[in-house]
Design a protein around this ligand. Structure first.
Ligand code: GCV
Length: 676
């Protein structure tokens, strides 16, 4: 297919330099770096650069050098690449320099070279990469993972952009070019791991680890491999009995361990570089070690022994809680669960096990505190789990720019010692320290032509990759970058970046108030249903009555706040120091509680809901102002979504305000319309 030339003015000053390129040869990822360079230049500038290998360079030499640091050190004379230059990037990193008539892109490894090419193309497109430009970057997160919740039927659990790109009707069935484009897209922001199937491993998905499917899994893995991405398979902990016909899946039963070893050996024959298994155990009905009175370290370590000889790892999720709770019993607090289950096991896990911990103690709510395991775990490898798919944040109908939330997460100080913000804790694991080795996030991608259903939701996927590569980036920088790369630098990009930035606060305002969580329609998780979870088994209650709302999670209540470092425990436990956007997560407050702005809690609930809805209306108008500058298809599809968002925002505003008005009988002091 012919690539469309973007003819971007900002890229033009470098055109002369980019005509001849000397490429160090290597493996298939190096070949992809070369291909992306060629393709990118063609796309941005309309010509194909001449590509040479070191032995075939013409007498006039080349201007651009591309390869790994070690190969370029041998074959070129760049002073910057000398081992003592102080500019050599770390694992997966790259060095770029443009100086006069020469330019180099040097990766620490082949993946680094590929990331360097993508970064260069982006920076050239936005006019940042020009003569004199120099950049040495190393990703802060060694593990940069995407999780797919794709079912083998082709539907996607919590998917809002069409059917699965991997599966159809019980088979692995995909369009090769689309997968390759997806891999390119992920590699362009540095993703290096992907799990392809849902963590709820049901029906035929259990057979993905059998020979019936492994050939097809291997073909899929081969596509991702070219872009430096290794795949994980989600497995079902009960497989030894459901698949192997053993009488048990007890992790301490030698026959079970032997079954997994044999199974791993078979899987690795097909996919020698499989990253490993992703496991949801004892969670929402999935089987796990608790069924056999074993611990989660027993379960994870047994699996680690099976994959470790092949270089594999076990990513083990900490989303373990009682999902059969009695709402009548206020003594059980779901928010405590991850810490209560996993903190006592710190140090008990094999070094091939990585715990995957949801960022908050509940479940990807619009606003939750950070799970107290971060900063506390010291002897266990772990990553943070985020959600790009907008399960609770608007189903890719409502615009909700997630890096806004992630920036807050990254800046949170766990207060477990000096340099203990999440940003500072992200890095390679060291025993005895609390380093977070990286991130996993649930993908928002499906078969929709624009990948993400809502075109502007692409910024969430892009933003995820950028922010975990460098957690010190701000949401605003990323919004600007994404908008300029997608729409070209200029006013349109500025308006769209502005829309992205205003979207999260608006969504948060018209959603459940002040961190109280779960006022959403059960199971669907779109739109309000204020008491939808109130009398259910899921443990997510707000217990609103006519005087107060919220759960007391301080030492006088469930004691959840004591799971934090002493400094944060104290900060959270005191309503006057607890962040107000989380105050109802931690405290039970009367509606006449006076907030920092001098208004009551109730008045703040009314105000935020009116404001959030007004902001959704303003976003719609702003979008309309772009009518004449955008492609019709993009304009119309996003317009439709903004209109639906406004309907949703109104519903949230009116149901929430009416609910609290009915409970309290107290009027809005500004006299706005509340329906009774
Ligand atoms: C994949 C929530 C979601 C489920 C999801 C689960 C999980 O409960 O609603 O759809 O299941 O989280 O993270 O395992």
């Amino acid at each position: 297919m012919q690539e469309r030339v973007m003819d971007q003015a900002a890229a033009k000053p470098l055109a002369g330099l980019l005509e001849s390129v000397c490429v160090e040869q290597g493996g298939e990822v190096a070949a992809q770096a070369e291909e992306e360079f060629r393709r990118g230049i063609k796309r941005l500038l309309g010509f194909s650069p001449a590509m040479y290998t070191p032995g075939t360079v013409p007498s006039g030499g080349c201007a651009v050098f591309l390869g790994t640091v070690s190969r370029l050190q041998k074959n070129s004379d760049f002073a910057d690449l000398r081992p003592d230059s102080g500019k050599i990037p770390g694992a997966d990193g790259f060095f770029i320099k443009i100086s006069g008539k020469k330019m180099v892109i040097a990766g620490q490894n082949e993946a680094g070279a590929l990331y360097g090419v993508f970064r260069f193309l982006a920076l050239m497109q936005t006019g940042v990469a020009r003569d004199g430009f120099e950049l040495s970057e190393t990703p802060k997160s060694p593990l940069r993972m995407i999780n797919h919740w794709d079912d083998i039927s082709g539907s996607i659990e919590r998917g809002y952009a069409g059917r699965s790109i991997f599966f159809r009707d019980g088979r692995i069935d995909y369009e090769e070019r689309r997968i390759a484009d997806y891999a390119r897209l992920l590699a362009s922001v540095g993703i290096n791991r992907i799990s392809i199937n849902n963590v709820n491993v049901r029906a035929q998905a259990k057979l993905l680890i059998t020979e019936e499917y492994l050939g097809d899994v291997a073909s899929l893995a081969a596509i991702f491999r070219r872009y430096g991405i290794k795949i994980f398979l989600s497995i079902n902990f009960g497989a030894p009995w459901s698949l192997g016909k053993l009488p048990t899946a007890d992790p301490l039963d030698p026959a079970v361990a032997a079954w997994w070893k044999e199974r791993a050996a078979l899987i690795y024959k097909y996919i020698p570089d499989l990253a490993g298994f992703l496991v949801k155990a004892d969670s929402e009905g999935e089987p796990g070690p608790f069924q056999y009175n074993r611990t989660h370290s027993d379960g994870a370590n047994m699996l680690a022994q099976a994959v470790k000889p092949h270089g594999g790892e076990i990513v083990w999720r900490c989303f373990v809680y009682n999902c059969a709770q009695d709402w009548r019993d206020p003594s059980v607090d779901r928010a405590r669960a991850a810490y209560d289950h996993f903190m006592p096991l710190d140090g008990a896990f094999d070094d091939s096990v990585i715990l995957q911990i949801k960022f908050g103690p509940y479940d990807f709510q619009v606003r939750e505190p950070l799970t107290p395991l971060f900063g506390a775990l010291k002897k266990t490898r772990h990553v943070m789990e985020l959600q790009i798919t907008q399960e609770y944040t608007g189903h890719q109908i409502d615009l909700c720019y997630l890096p806004w939330l992630w920036e807050d997460i990254m800046r949170f100080d766990t207060a477990h010692g000096p340099a203990s913000t999440i940003t500072e804790l992200v890095g390679p694991y060291k025993k005895g320290s609390s380093f977070i080795e990286g991130f996993a996030a649930v993908s928002n991608v499906g078969l929709d032509r624009n990948w993400t259903g809502h075109t502007l939701a692409q910024a969430n996927l892009y933003g995820y990759g950028r922010m975990i590569w460098d957690p010190s980036l701000s949401a605003e920088e990323i919004a600007r970058e994404w908008s300029e790369l997608s729409f070209g630098p200029g006013d349109t990009a500025r308006v769209i970046a502005g829309l992205q930035m205003s979207s999260y606060p608006a969504y948060e305002k018209y959603n459940a108030p002040f961190g109280v969580c779960f006022m959403v329609t059960p199971h669907l998780h779109y739109g309000p249903n204020i008491e939808g979870y109130e009398f259910s088994r899921w443990g997510t209650y707000h217990r609103a009555d006519n005087r107060a709302i919220g759960i007391d999670r301080t030492p006088s209540g469930t004691g959840y706040t004591n799971q934090y470092s002493p400094k944060n425990a104290e900060m959270f436990a005191n309503p006057s120091t607890c962040p107000e956007n989380l105050i109802l997560f931690i405290h039970r407050l009367r509606y006449d509680y006076i907030m920092k702005n001098g208004e009551t809690l109730l008045q703040n609930i009314y105000d935020t809901h009116f404001e959030g809805c007004d902001e959704a209306a303003a976003m719609l108008e702003k979008w309309k102002s772009l009518k004449n500058v955008l492609e019709v298809e993009i304009y119309e599809s996003v317009l439709d979504r903004f209109e639906r968002q406004l309907v949703n925002a109104r519903e949230w505003r009116d149901q929430i305000n009416t609910y609290f008005h009915r409970k309290t009988g107290i009027a809005d002091k500004r006299g706005r319309k509340i329906y009774d």
